[in-house]
Design a protein around this ligand. Structure first.
Ligand SMILES: C[S@@+](CC[C@H](N)C(=O)[O-])C[C@H]1O[C@@H](n2cnc3c(N)ncnc32)[C@H](O)[C@@H]1O
Length: 283
């Protein structure tokens, strides 16, 4: 497990790579999460699928309009804006990457949502700038995989939630090493290492539920929704095939981390799941 400072540097390195910046910007317009696809949807229709995924999150939060919600790892704030616009929530987004926050503020101004969304530089392992019980809800959208200290982050989420508040996490889990063939294990290790995702590397199926219970949350549901995001992953695998092959040939895999992840995650679907965890703070 890296220490928190090393981990922060690794996360910054990953998102600051040319491949990450261009890939997220040009393919996903800066949003950094998978889409929710219904049967028959074209995998190319990224934006509607991503907005649908965000609304799935809003539905699971199930909070009244004006509820105060923490977005832990907000990126450019697209999830926050959907929840503010479609569910009337009041969102505080935090992230450790300054360039995400600058863009998040700009987009909220432009969308007329600056009064319902604010974006602050803050590490979700240390929420000391927030009061105990300050939020009615907390969520993570594909960010907890980066946690260097999962227990510490969950303890902070618990502290800043009001009694009875809701936590929703759209996160991955993994198949234990001993159940994977060597090729899948090696691919999974490389994806987690180069993508700065120590928590994903560590959290086997079932582990996050146990950590949540240990952190005094009551887990209400865990849904495996992998099938919903596979059309997008399939496209990433197709688009990533050539750059990944080229990078391997040149011995520069670290220059094509997203291409590698798309190809290898698609190929080794037995190694991971995409889940939605819904929990409440035990009172
Ligand atoms: C895959 S992106 C998801 C961004 C956003 N939730 C979205 O769906 O567009 C993960 C985000 O988590 C942020 N992140 C990683 N570790 C963090 C930490 N310790 N505290 C706050 N944000 C973090 C990264 O900077 C990145 O913006």
């Amino acid at each position: 497990m890296p220490n928190r400072d090393e981990n922060k540097r690794a996360v910054l390195r990953y998102y600051d790579r040319t491949e990450s910046r261009l890939g997220y910007l040009y393919l996903l317009r800066g949003t950094k999460h998978f889409g929710w696809y219904e049967a028959g949807d074209s995998g190319w229709r990224f934006s509607p699928a991503m907005r649908r995924m965000e609304r799935q999150l809003g539905q699971r939060l199930g909070l009244e309009a004006d509820s105060r919600v923490l977005d832990a790892g907000c990126g450019m704030g697209d999830v926050a804006r959907t929840l503010a616009a479609d569910f009337g929530l009041d969102i505080t987004g935090i992230d450790i990457l300054d360039f995400n926050l600058v863009e998040a503020r700009r987009r909220s101004e432009r969308a007329g949502l600056a009064n319902r969304t604010r974006f602050i530089e803050c590490d979700y392992h240390d929420l000391s700038r927030f009061e105990d019980g300050e939020f009615d809800g907390v969520y993570t959208m594909e960010t907890f995989v980066h946690a260097a200290d999962a227990e510490r982050a969950l303890a902070e989420f618990h502290r800043v939630l009001r009694p009875g508040g809701r936590l929703v996490m759209f996160e991955y889990s993994r198949t234990p090493n001993e159940c994977l063939l060597p090729a899948a294990r090696a691919a999974f290790d490389a994806v987690c290492e180069l993508g700065a995702m120590p928590a994903w590397h560590r959290l086997n199926h079932g582990d996050l539920e146990n950590l949540l219970e240990s952190a005094s949350f009551k887990v209400e549901s865990v849904e495996d929704v992998t099938a919903r995001m596979l059309p997008m992953l399939r496209l990433f695998a197709v688009l990533g095939r050539f750059p990944y092959a080229l990078a391997r040939r040149l011995g520069k895999t670290e220059k094509a981390v997203n291409a590698m992840s798309g190809v290898e995650m698609w190929k080794h679907q037995e190694a991971w799941r995409y889940n939605i965890y819904t929990a409440t703070e035990r009172t």
